[in-house]
Write a new protein. Structure first.
Length: 168
């Protein structure tokens, strides 16, 4: 993938975390690892904030779900239509309105797995040509495959932060 052509260079940090594997195995392994990770979080850490204004692990998980939905909607648009230009989304507004901390962790994990299974099914249905199709999102180019790789690396990024800053 080519930064600046298939994705905004900002997302390179996520893509770099995920591109060591083929796309589908990366998504499948990510589902297993992410689900296990959040299942293993102690109850007292699920709504913990390491600093004011920082998200709790529950909010992080719902952020992963929301982001995956947004990026895969973008990917579907680019896969199915030409000359697509899509607006961005405000992740902080989404998190603020998510009510994640009122939900049970098992419910959040179940929702995450449902969204990831839909992502896997969509990506599996794409040809190599389709995966290379692109459009514009948030005023930047984005390809179908970059959107999927971003999701895969994005979850690794956030799990690393939780390990470093939330867990003793």
């Amino acid at each position: 993938m080519i930064p600046g052509t298939e994705y905004n260079t900002y997302y390179g940090k996520y893509i770099d975390l995920a591109t060591g594997k083929q796309l589908l195995p990366s998504l499948q392994d990510g589902m297993t690892n992410t689900s296990s990770f959040f299942e293993s979080l102690p109850a007292e850490k699920q709504e913990y904030r390491y600093a004011e204004e920082k998200w709790t692990p529950k909010e992080v998980l719902l952020h992963l779900i929301d982001t995956e939905r947004v990026f895969m909607y973008r990917a579907m648009q680019f896969a199915r239509a030409k000359n697509v230009v899509l607006e961005g989304f405000d992740q902080n507004e989404f998190a603020k309105n998510s009510r994640a901390n009122t939900r049970d962790m098992k419910d959040l994990i179940s929702e995450y797995e449902s969204v990831r299974k839909a992502t896997i099914a969509f990506v599996a249905s794409c040809t190599d040509e389709t995966l290379k199709r692109s459009g514009v999102a948030s005023n930047n180019p984005l390809s179908v495959r970059a959107a999927a790789y971003i999701n895969s690396g994005h979850e690794i990024h956030h799990m690393n932060i939780i390990k470093e800053r939330y867990l003793d």
